[in-house]
Design a binder for this molecule. Sequence first.
Ligand code: ADP
Ligand code: MG
Length: 267
Amino acid sequence: MSRIPFEQLPAVTRRAVADKTGAVHQATTAGGGVNSGIASILDTDSGPVFVKGVRSDHPQIDAQQREAAVAPHLPSSCPRLYWHLEAAGWSLLGYEVIDGRHADYAPGSPDLPLVGAALAELQGLTASADLDIKDARDRWTEYAPPGTLHYFAGDTLLHTDFAPDNILIVGDRARLVDWAWPTRGAAWIDPGALALRLMEAGHSAEAAVAFADRFPSWRDAEPEALEAFGVATAALWQEISRESPMAWKRAMSRHAAVLSDYLAAGR
Ligand SMILES: Nc1ncnc2c1ncn2[C@@H]1O[C@H](COP(=O)(O)OP(=O)(O)O)[C@@H](O)[C@H]1O
Ligand SMILES: [Mg+2]
């Protein structure tokens, strides 16, 4: 999706924002991320606010609703959601600004332990029963090998999208943003999702899985569960890269295939 500057939102939408924040003095479009039609840091009468959003008729609207629903349940590593509004055909979320930079996942990066600490905090969180988010079994049902879906079940609150531009580094802390895919499921799924992104940044499958092994959920998972994850992830990225063959998606698909082979060999 192409991203427009804040100033190009309809006047009614911008007025609705100003009703929440006070006068908007300046807007700077954020770098990183591909899904939101707008993502801007605003300088307002009430201080800095990060605004992201999509048109109300866009397919991405479901993800935006999920993101709003999960916000009150998130740990302190995540920015606080101030408000959610719909005005003149746009759905917008207003967040605490995290003044940081995207995480660097390259092998040996000093950001990696910080990302590990943020994920470790998240691993302890249960998705409360009244929270209306996706179940991991439903998300992976079309991709997991027959008879393996039960491995994906669990009640941990999962982020599932560890693209490095969804992690902002501030000082010695990693902050998790972009909760468009919150999921209830087995705790080992998030370390697995992160492992694939580490491979994208240049880690071998062995190194990426060694990183995932820091997390007890992954370390103690049954090998059959991790193998099923590998197969499902490879199938998912194959589909994504077939539908839209951008270079980074094809690369993700190749990494997922390598990860799958590595996990099938019993790590
Ligand atoms: N709370 C925040 N404060 C400052 N910048 C943010 C915040 N949340 C996200 N960003 C920046 O905006 C980009 C896009 O936001 P994100 O929530 O990831 O949306 P998308 O769905 O477009 O990926 C992120 O990659 C990050 O650089
Ligand atoms: Mg993002």
